[in-house]
Design a protein around this ligand. Structure first.
Ligand SMILES: NC(=O)c1ccc[n+]([C@@H]2O[C@H](COP(=O)([O-])OP(=O)(O)OC[C@H]3O[C@@H](n4cnc5c(N)ncnc54)[C@H](OP(=O)(O)O)[C@@H]3O)[C@@H](O)[C@H]2O)c1
Length: 322
């Protein structure tokens, strides 16, 4: 199994959870120090780890990552495209270099990952590609526009690719993971163009809730799995995008007026990784370790359809009674 962005946050927690199952893992990110720390955790938990420092924005490096995985383990059963960069601030204030970098890593990096592993999986007769997108891959929000563009691109990539592979009968499964806010070091590494650190929009989940969904998808391919509020948010966007606009406008104005007094850390990970050994979680004081929504609806799409049908019937009955 290959995981990009394995040195921090969700990717690192996924590596830890797979390690607990005795998996053989190829860990990719730019910081060799943080990858080695992750590899130590993986091995303590019973897994095997190969560290391959990689910049996913560089196509030859992603090809080399796929080749290193095959050379070491003979095949790749699962490839998790997870690496990311973000930026915080309105588009007008975000330098074009930052916009480019967010798209290079978050969008192009995921395309490169899929392109690098597809021929190998075709040759093997199957495999699973898991793309970590976001609720912001369904609905774009203010102050995160470049990131939202990358995440919409991720969702588009996997929607189309999944059907292409079904047409080809390749045995390659494709699942998109759509988390809501997750308590990871992401928020301390994002460059802010507003002089303040980006806030975490509640409800907040621990990386364990997303890693659990990645683990599930490796064994039970699904079209998409939403974590936490991502599910209801995507339903609201489908029912009334205009109502979502109104909520976002209100929240955006409030944020701009009340700007929290948390200074930006002044360092970011756009052109080099953060220093140190990395971490799994961020600094949120309260975060849910699991998503009940994902466990009931995300892992059981039949249940989701039944709940939607019951809700539709209830609404229809109410309207009929009027
Ligand atoms: N945190 C959230 O609220 C949230 C919500 C929804 C979706 N997600 C998604 O979850 C995924 C993981 O996010 P996270 O919160 O865990 O982020 P994170 O803690 O900031 O981790 C990002 C990872 O990407 C790696 N990375 C950054 N640039 C890279 C590059 N050029 N080449 C290779 N690796 C690179 C980082 O390592 P190096 O710096 O060492 O390269 C790190 O391992 C992302 O796809 C994100 O969009 C996150």
């Amino acid at each position: 199994m290959v995981i990009t962005g394995a040195s921090s946050g969700i990717g690192r927690e996924a590596a830890r959870q797979f390690a607990g199952r005795g998996s053989s893992l190829v860990l990719a990110a730019r910081s060799e120090q943080a990858l080695r720390a992750t590899a130590d955790e993986v091995e303590q938990l019973g897994g095997t780890a190969l560290v391959v420092p990689t910049d996913v924005a560089e196509w030859p490096q992603v090809q080399a990552l796929a080749a290193a995985a095959r050379d070491r383990f003979g095949r790749v059963d699962t490839w998790v495209n997870n690496a990311v960069l973000g930026s915080f601030g309105s588009l007008i204030d975000t330098p074009i270099q930052a916009v480019d970098r967010v798209l290079q890593v978050g969008l192009r990096g995921q395309i490169y990952g899929a392109k690098a592993v597809l021929p190998m999986m075709r040759e093997q007769g199957g495999g699973t590609i898991i793309g970590v997108s976001s609720v912001l891959g369904i609905r774009s929000i203010p102050l995160y526009v470049p990131y939202c563009i990358a995440k919409h691109g991720n969702t588009a990539l996997y929607e189309g690719l999944r059907v292409e592979e079904q047409i080809a009968g390749s045995g390659i499964e494709v699942t998109t993971i759509l988390p809501a806010t997750v308590n990871t070091p992401f928020y301390d590494a994002v460059p802010s163009f507003m002089d303040t650190r980006p806030p975490l929009i509640p409800p907040i989940y621990q990386p364990s809730a997303v890693a659990e969904a990645i683990l599930y998808a490796a064994e039970h391919p699904r079209r998409r799995i939403c974590i936490g509020a991502a599910g209801p948010m995507s339903a609201c966007q489908r029912i009334s995008p205009r109502a979502v606009d109104t909520v976002l406008r209100g929240a955006g104005r409030l944020f701009v007026r009340k700007r929290p007094q948390q200074p930006d850390a002044g360092q970011n990970n756009h052109f080099q990784p953060m220093s140190g050994s990395g971490a799994t979680t961020g600094r949120a004081r309260m975060a849910f370790p699991r998503s009940r929504y994902t466990r009931t609806v995300g892992f059981h799409p039949g249940m989701a359809r039944t709940l939607a049908a019951v809700a539709a019937l209830a609404v229809a009955r109410r309207l009929w009674k009027r």
